[in-house]
Design a protein around this ligand. Structure first.
Ligand code: MG
Length: 368
């Protein structure tokens, strides 16, 4: 997301200037980006990598590190828009900091709204910040809702590619390898989200995200499998009319829409060629086979801290699968156990969310 965002910004030099860049530890790439975009501040989350980078730069770029560095950077007065694309729960605090400072937050991280949607949306209202989704499905819905009132929505229809195991029998899930799970048919993404796409947890997280972004109950958010990933999502209105947003699977489109919202700017790139598309297909997801999707709906219905517990269990289970410590079919089993063991607290504050995340991770590690 970060690299695609810089591509978008490079093509709109009159509209945007990069003031700050945040990296985890890839300082080689960061150095190239500093030379190209000339930010005033950079944050390297890993302290030893931050120190290494500092030694190579002239004094004109300020180098911060860690979560503290991120919190300081996103609050700067010379920043209008923060693109939040850290993976997982780790993105929560800096994103909240950006919201508290009234920034426009273009949100690519989904775990933030899943774990703390109630708190985050309340803070957005209180601070006058704007939260604009980058996730392609939510961007599609936002585009379908242009000029519409929320009262006219009958339901949201999130499309899912179905991932690499759409046609694999459930009995074979036990022997799925990490490499197979990382081979997504349509999108090239980070490891965590690619595994989430293979389990359909990604779609489950997006259902919860959609609930908080658009204020609709779980019963009005539907998932449909659409393997071609050309329709990015749809909205059905009260009169039965349906609007869909289409495009090639390229994250630069939703990133640019979030940055220029509610306007559009020209962008070069491939276009949908309807004469070559031939076929768009749709069918219902199998929630028995892809239990993670059902677990996400369950967590949303439970409310309070339940989605935060589900998210934490999923993050630890996915990490364990990526390290080949557990088989693919155990991911939903572990989440189910964590969710069952969790005592849901309704109307949680941020400390409850953080404690839920911590204790659920400990619980999952203990059963692993
Ligand atoms: Mg998505």
């Amino acid at each position: 997301i970060g690299q695609n965002s810089l591509e978008v910004i490079k093509n709109l030099p009159d509209r945007f200037r990069v003031t700050c860049l945040i990296a985890h530890k890839n300082v080689d790439l960061l150095q190239t980006q500093i030379a190209a975009f000339k930010p005033k501040t950079v944050v390297v989350i890993d302290p030893s990598n931050a120190a290494a980078l500092k030694g190579t730069l002239s004094g004109s770029v300020k180098v911060l590190c860690g979560e503290e560095g991120m919190n300081e950077a996103v609050a700067r007065d010379d920043i209008d828009i923060v693109i939040s694309s850290l993976v997982g729960f780790a993105g929560l605090k800096p994103t909240i900091e950006a919201i508290k400072h009234g920034k426009t937050v273009a949100l690519a991280n989904k775990e933030i709204l899943v774990a703390a949607g109630e708190i985050v949306t309340r803070l957005v209202r209180e601070s006058g910040a704007r939260l604009i989704p980058i996730d392609s499905e939510h961007s599609a819905i936002l585009q379908c809702l242009a000029g519409e009132e929320s009262l006219r929505i009958a339901k949201l229809i999130l499309t899912a590619s179905g991932g690499p195991f759409l046609n694999k029998p459930k009995e074979e899930f036990e022997s799925v390898t990490v490499a197979e799970a990382l081979r997504h048919p349509n999108w090239k993404m980070g490891n965590k989200i690619t595994i989430d796409s293979a389990t359909l947890m990604n779609k489950g997280l997006e259902v919860i995200e959609a609930h908080w972004l658009f204020g609709l109950p779980a019963g009005k958010i539907e998932v449909v499998i659409h393997p071609q990933s050309i329709i990015h999502s749809m909205v059905e209105f009260v009169d039965g009319s349906v609007k869909a947003q289409l495009g090639l699977p390229d994250m630069k489109i939703p990133i640019q829409y979030a940055l220029t919202y509610p306007n559009r700017s020209p962008m070069n790139g491939s276009r949908v060629d309807f004469s070559k598309l031939q076929l768009l297909t749709f069918f219902s997801p199998d929630r028995e086979k892809f239990r993670c999707l059902q677990l996400a709906y369950d967590a949303l219905e439970l409310g309070g801290t339940a989605p935060a517990a589900m998210n934490a269990a999923n993050e630890v289970a996915v990490e364990a699968f990526l390290q080949e410590k557990i088989t693919f079919n155990r991911i939903p089993e572990i989440i189910d156990r964590a969710l069952t063991a969790h005592n849901v607290r309704l109307s949680p504050d941020l400390d409850h969310i953080i404690e839920t995340d911590r204790s659920t991770r400990a619980f999952v590690r203990s059963i692993l």
